[in-house]
Every structure is written in structure tokens, then in C-alpha cells.
Ligand binder design. Structure first.
Ligand SMILES: [Zn+2]
Length: 83
């Protein structure tokens, strides 16, 4: 499951990258924010391999995190990214 989520993330990466590069927050801090407090990550519902770079991981978390840790629910994946 995590593999296909990552594959989808990588496919929409170019489109989503802008959302985080426009964000002034440090990429590493965003990643830590999710990995330290996201219930989806802590419960194992979503998993981004640790060897993925921060920008990929952050797009992944913004697409797949479904808990209250997400700071902007409008950035969640809804299927429209692939159209
Ligand atoms: Zn979450």
C-alpha cells in the first residue's frame, strides 16, 4: 500500500512541489513536524521511506495525511492531481 501511495506521490510531484517550495518553512522542519506528530505516520497508516528526500516526503505527507496534524486539508490528495 505504501508503495503505491509513494508511486502516486512521485507522479504528481512536479505539480505539488510548488506548494512546498512556495512555503517559507524549512523542508526539514516540515518533515519532522509530520514524522513526530502525525497519527497516520505514528500508527503506520502511511509510510514514506526514510531514504526519500525531504521534498518528496513532504508532498507525500501533505497528500496522504488524514489526521488533525495536517495544517492545510485542502492540500490532501483527492484524485484530481492525475488529471
Ligand atoms: Zn496524519
Amino acid at each position: 500500500m505504501s508503495e503505491s501511495m509513494l508511486e502516486i506521490t512521485l507522479r504528481v510531484m512536479d505539480k505539488r512541489r510548488k506548494e512546498i517550495t512556495d512555503c517559507p518553512i524549512n523542508q526539514k522542519l516540515v518533515r519532522e513536524y509530520f514524522e513526530e506528530g502525525c497519527l497516520c505516520v505514528l500508527n503506520g497508516d502511511i509510510h514514506c521511506p526514510p531514504d526519500q528526500p525531504d521534498d518528496v516526503a513532504n508532498v507525500f505527507y501533505m497528500m496522504w495525511c488524514g489526521c488533525s496534524r495536517h495544517y492545510d486539508s485542502t492540500l490532501r490528495y483527492n484524485g484530481n492531481d492525475l488529471r
